[in-house]
Structures are given as C-alpha cells and as structure tokens.
Design a protein around this ligand. Structure first.
Ligand code: ZN
Length: 321
C-alpha cells in the first residue's frame, strides 16, 4: 500500500489537470441530421411531434450524439487528458465507469447544423472509496457550439478506480445464483423442479396447458387446474447469448433460450452441453435438473444428445441412482 504522503502527492498532481484541455476543436462525424434523429427517437420510443417534419429539431438529450467520434475515435482528444488517464492507470486505478452526466440546452439544434466542441477537465476528486473500489472521479465539461454560439454543455463524470477484490469463480464463496421468485401461484412448479419433475399447469375446463404458472386460464378463464409432467423434450424457439453485463454468479458468454416443449408451452432456461455459439433455433434439447446449491435446483436444457421419452429418462435416472 502506498503511504498517505504518496496519496497526497498523487492527488496534488491529479488536481493539476483541472482546467486543462481534454479535447479541442472537435467535430462530430455528421452534422445534425434527420435520419439519426429518427433512429434515436425509435430507439427511445420518443414520438414527440417536434422531432419530425420539415421544422424538426433534434431532441435535446441527443446532445452528446453530435460530438461522438464513432469507433475510429477522435483526433480532437488532447494529450493532457491521455496524460491524466495514464497517471491514474499507473497508480493502479485501471478500471473506469461512467457515473453521471449533466447537460444544459441553451437552444434546440436543427438539421444541417455543424456542431463543434471543446472539452476541459473540470475537476479531479480526492481519493474516494466506493462499492466498486477506490479511485478518483474525473469530471469533464464539454461546450458545444454552432459557429461561435454556445448550443449546449455536457458535463460527464467517470470514476477511475482499482476494483475491490472479488472472489474468483473457483473460490468456494462465489456468489450464488439469484433465487427465483416463488409465490403461491408458482410454488408447485418449483416444488416439482426440486423433485426433478417439470410440471405444466393444465386447465381442467378446456385442457389447455400453460406456462408460466398463473391463477387462471388464458384461453377460457377457468380457475381450476391440474398438472401434467412434461416429458422434458423440446427445441430452441429463440435464444440470446449473454456477454454483458457480468452478474456475479454467471460465467458469460452463455446462452439463454426460449424452449418449445413437446407439450406446447414455452420455458426459459440455459442451454448446456454445446458451446454457446452452437446454439441455434430448432436445436433439440432435453431438460436436466441442475443443482446449483443446497437450496436451488434449476431446469436447464441439454443439447447434443438424442431425445429421450419420459420412460427412458426415468430408466436412466434409476440406472444412474
Ligand atoms: Zn381453460
């Protein structure tokens, strides 16, 4: 660990960057334009009429969009800012997280306007310890102009930090999988899973199977039900591969799929037994009960083996037991 004297010396050096230029004479990749406004509004679900038509303005919160350098980055970035980040890296504050952003909009931006910007390092905080780890907050202030006119300011704060040490995946105190929310409507499903049985609710009035478990039938409104045990076979209806965000109990990348069960209902679950990039729509799978810890068993879906019928599965379990 470094001493208080070292900490103070570094903090003083970092604070020496306050007021220095972080970017100068920057321009966005494109002038303010209707296609980008339209994409943004669609992504945000913003249907405000001011953002369409011949007199459209840009949504104010698009401000930063007009300064972005894209994947190829910005030539505008000043050496002082890289120097500041390099100093933080060298001190062990190698991780970064954006913490907050404040913007001001002196006037709306209109299609065709060319935005330029300059950024200064507004402040570097004293050393702080957060739940993520210990480090320094760095706040930059960007002023956006059209010609000489100020059209927006954008204050952006990051935390450069040394991550708090966390147990690795192999350590026994690894965080546990999140618990399912068990309530009086679905308790029977989870009790079945605990016993290694996949139970599907079935309406006794119209015989329609349903999942997830609900108090009433979507087809006829009937409130009486019994259960059928799924044979445990199905195929992938659709899937996603999770890369990000990283949750403590998970090891990305991994595939989460919506499975079409032989009984005609769909269930979500992890696909196991094949690499995540081999999961595809239509892949045959069968259920397996994964014991996560002493309290939690989860149904997962194993690919890559022949489909089994229920008697086969029972026989297999007996043979294994
Ligand atoms: Zn029904």
């Amino acid at each position: 660990m470094d001493s208080d004297v070292d900490t103070e010396a570094l903090t003083a050096r970092l604070k020496g960057f306050e007021g220095r230029t972080a970017a100068t004479g920057g321009t966005g990749k494109d002038p303010v334009n209707l296609p980008m406004i339209r994409h943004w509004c669609e992504a945000m679900g913003d249907t405000h009429p001011a953002y369409t038509g011949p007199d459209a303005i840009a949504p104010p919160t698009m401000l930063q969009v007009w300064t972005m350098g894209g994947l190829s980055g910005h030539p505008a970035r000043a050496a002082a800012y890289d120097e500041l980040l390099g100093l933080l890296d060298a001190a062990g504050f190698t991780s970064v997280v954006a913490t907050d952003c404040e913007q001001e909009y002196p006037r709306p931006l209109r299609p065709g306007e060319e935005v330029t910007f300059d950024t200064v390092v507004e402040s570097v905080s004293d050393r702080k310890t957060t739940r993520l780890g210990t480090g320094h907050f760095v706040t930059t202030r960007t002023e956006l102009r059209v010609g000489a006119e100020l059209v927006g300011t954008h204050r952006f704060r990051i935390l450069k930090y040394a991550p708090a040490r966390r147990p690795s995946a192999r350590e026994p105190d690894r965080p546990r999988r999140p618990r399912p929310v068990v309530n009086r409507d679905n308790a029977g499903f989870w009790e079945g899973v605990r016993q290694g049985r996949l139970l599907i609710q079935r309406c006794t009035a119209c015989t329609r199977p349903r999942h997830p478990w609900l108090p009433g039938c979507n087809a006829c409104g009937g409130q009486d039900w019994d259960t059928v045990e799924a044979v445990g076979t199905g195929h992938v209806h659709s899937y996603v591969v999770m890369h990000h965000p990283r949750f403590p109990a998970f090891d990305p990348p991994y595939a989460v799929a919506l499975i079409d069960l032989a009984e005609g209902v769909r269930m979500l679950g992890n696909v196991v037994g094949v690499p995540y990039d081999k999961v595809r729509v239509g892949l045959p799978v069968r259920v397996e009960f994964q014991v996560c810890d002493e309290e939690l068993t989860l149904p997962v879906w194993r690919a890559g083996e022949k489909e089994l019928t229920l008697p086969d599965r029972r026989a297999g379990e007996e043979a294994a037991g």
